[in-house]
Design a protein around this ligand. Structure first.
Ligand SMILES: [Zn+2]
Length: 252
């Protein structure tokens, strides 16, 4: 049975997606970088002189915060400055509307942009954290994004150790968020994977946990098998899918 849809036969694929969503009782969504692409999140590497020769993996490492706080600070100051202006796109709002209608039960995301929450989704499991949430790496006291941008020390312990609440290299995923996401996906009868090629462990294990149907919406195919694959841009596909759902006379 053919299950891969591209630009040429996208309509048919979107119709199948709408049917799967309407038929499901417990749909969960898993998103990655491709979900946020159309919100114009800049590719940070290579944009400025300073970072051209520095691997982001070196800066986004738990050891750098202790060994070279100035370098760490400069990197996240710039990231926070550019990410502060990023807004959800129409596709994010579709997912918020689907949750409000009870058609999806939650979103697990690898993105640190906070855009699902900004768009209005309530059940969001941020597997890699949220860039805009700031706390002290030394004592745990919370602070604001502006505090970090302004190179302030911690208001409680006075160390220069403010950091975003994101998972660095050398750190584990937040266990409570991770476990909740695992359980939600195990419960699901439909898992919709959007904008990720599932190359990163341990997130790439997640699609195996559902016994339900699986869908991939992505720019390219992945090594994993899905019941339905729609290749294209997440925003367009989600907007078109909501239109089909609405046309089918959904009961509110
Ligand atoms: Zn502190």
């Amino acid at each position: 049975m053919k299950n891969i849809y591209t630009a040429a036969n996208k309509k048919e694929g979107i119709k199948r997606l709408a049917e799967l969503i309407l038929q499901s009782d417990y749909a969960i969504v898993l998103t990655g970088a491709g979900m946020d692409t159309e919100s114009n999140i800049p590719d940070f590497r290579g944009k400025s002189e300073l970072w051209r020769n520095i691997d982001a993996r070196v800066v986004a490492d738990i050891n750098t915060i202790k060994k070279n706080y100035r370098l760490f600070h400069q990197f996240y100051k710039e990231r926070l400055s550019v990410m502060g202006n990023v807004k959800p796109h129409a596709g994010h709002y579709v997912l918020a509307e689907l949750e409000e209608k009870g058609l999806i039960k939650g979103i697990a995301t690898q993105n640190i942009s906070g855009l699902h929450i900004k768009a209005g989704n309530k059940k969001v499991y941020e597997l890699h954290g949220d860039l805009r949430k700031i706390y002290c790496n030394n004592c745990g006291k919370s602070a604001t994004a502006q505090d970090l941008i302004d190179f302030k020390s911690c208001s409680f312990c006075h160390e220069y150790a403010l950091r975003p609440n994101v998972v660095f290299f050398g750190e584990a995923l937040p266990p409570d968020v991770w476990n909740t996401a695992l359980n939600e996906i195990k419960k699901s009868d439909l898992l919709i994977v959007i904008g990720t090629s599932l190359e990163v462990a341990p997130v790439n294990q997640l699609p195996y946990l559902t016994s339900g149907k699986t869908v991939l919406i992505n720019a390219e195919e992945t090594a994993y098998k899905f019941d339905l694959i729609i290749l294209g841009k997440a925003k367009e596909i989600l907007v078109d899918c909501l239109a089909v759902i609405q046309k089918q006379g959904l009961q509110p």
